[in-house]
Structures are given as C-alpha cells and as structure tokens.
Ligand binder design. Sequence first.
Ligand SMILES: NC(=O)c1ccc[n+]([C@@H]2O[C@H](COP(=O)([O-])OP(=O)(O)OC[C@H]3O[C@@H](n4cnc5c(N)ncnc54)[C@H](OP(=O)(O)O)[C@@H]3O)[C@@H](O)[C@H]2O)c1
Length: 207
Amino acid sequence: MLVGGSTPRAPRRPRSVGGRCDHAGMSERPHLTIYNEISLDGKITGFDGDGVRYYARGFRWHSDAILMGSTTATAFGPNESDDEQRRELPARELVGLPPGFEDLVYEPRPVLVVPDSGGRLRNWTHARSQPWYGRIVVLVSERTPTEYLDHLDRRGIEHLTAGEERVDLRRALPDLGRRYAVRSIRTDAGGALNGACSPPVWWTGSR
Ligand SMILES: NC(=O)c1ccc[n+]([C@@H]2O[C@H](COP(=O)([O-])OP(=O)(O)OC[C@H]3O[C@@H](n4cnc5c(N)ncnc54)[C@H](OP(=O)(O)O)[C@@H]3O)[C@@H](O)[C@H]2O)c1
C-alpha cells in the first residue's frame, strides 16, 4: 500500500480529518472513524489522489484496527498462482520497517480487518508482507465457501464469521472488540463499506 514517497513527519493526531460516528445499540462496540481522501467535488474514487499522503496521515490515528474493503485490498498485489495458493505458510511474523517510515508504525500494530464474504482475495502473501499491520483478520459469512476458509488457514490468516449472506458488521465489529481488544477502528474503504458500517450513527463532526 504505502510505498516510496517522501519521509513523513513525526506522528501526531490530525486536527480535522475524518468524521466520528458511534453505533447505536451495539454492546462493546469499537469507536469507528471513517477516513477518506475526497476531491473538491465530493468524490472518493475516480480522481488522482495522493496515496502516500493518505496513508501517512491515516496511520497517525493510532487506531486498534483498520477496516479495509476487499477492492482496496486487491492493491496489495496480484493473486497468487494456484501452486502458491496450495502451499502452507508458516505463522506470520511482524515485518521490519522500511527506512524513513519508522514513525508511521505504532505498537501494537493495528489489526488489518477485511470483509470478504465472497472469498475473492487470493493475494494474502502480499498483505502479509506489509509492515503496517499486526494480525490480519478476514470477516466472512455463513455463505463463504469452506474452500476459502481452508485457503485462509493455509495462508495463516485468521477469519471471523458474522452474518448469513454478507458480513453482518453490527455483529462483526463488537466481536472484534471482544476477541482482539479492538476499541477503535479506522476505515480504509470506499462508499459501500463506509455506508454499511454507518447506520445508525450520530455524526459528531470532525476533530
Ligand atoms: N478516497 C479514499 O479515501 C479511498 C479509500 C479507500 C478506498 N477507496 C476506493 O474505494 C473503492 C472501493 O473500495 P472498497 O473495496 O474498500 O470498499 P467498498 O467498495 O466500499 O465496499 C466493498 C467492501 O465492503 C464490504 N461490504 C460492502 N457492503 C457491505 C454490506 N452491506 N455488508 C457487509 N459488507 C459490505 C464488501 O464485503 P464483501 O466482499 O463480503 O461483499 C467489501 O469488502 C476502491 O476503488 C478504492 O480505491 C478510496
């Protein structure tokens, strides 16, 4: 995701990016921050963004988890070949930090959380090689093929089931809180996932 570019400044909390929303009716719900780079005319896709700046600022939030959409996660790299996918990987270890980016990584590193009920992401070796994240957890549903769960097991990627068809985020987010001590989540996602996370919300403005 974040590669190359200029050396970021020391981490600090941004003064006025993102919006805060709190979910009604969810026990042990983590605090969710929707974080996006937007164009002047309000778009979050279809324009030339500044990925280095987006991620450099995003990692200053020090959230416990990052909720990434499955389309966004395709940017980690191409799908592995069938042969690669069959190989069982050892448990993932934390990845060393690239020179110049040390300030962006905080400990414990945030959990990378990706909903993928359809089981389409087959590029987990690339995600595993990212230094920014600690554990990697895929959110799946009852309809997710068992074959994909086996695939995740071979890649050393944890999965959490919530929901019958799509992932039930109202269940999954509190489950993340309980299982992984996630108290705060920042999104790295497009409008569909942001919207699916949101209702019902109380907008409390930017900070
Ligand atoms: N401007 C920015 O700041 C910014 C930041 C990040 C990404 N983006 C862009 O946004 C575009 C799409 O992003 P995206 O894949 O991150 O997310 P998305 O298109 O908003 O949503 C797709 C993801 O959200 C899940 N999802 C969507 N609706 C759901 C629902 N009702 N219930 C449960 N899960 C739901 C999907 O899970 P399933 O796979 O299980 O269906 C999938 O993981 C990309 O082009 C990306 O580049 C822009």
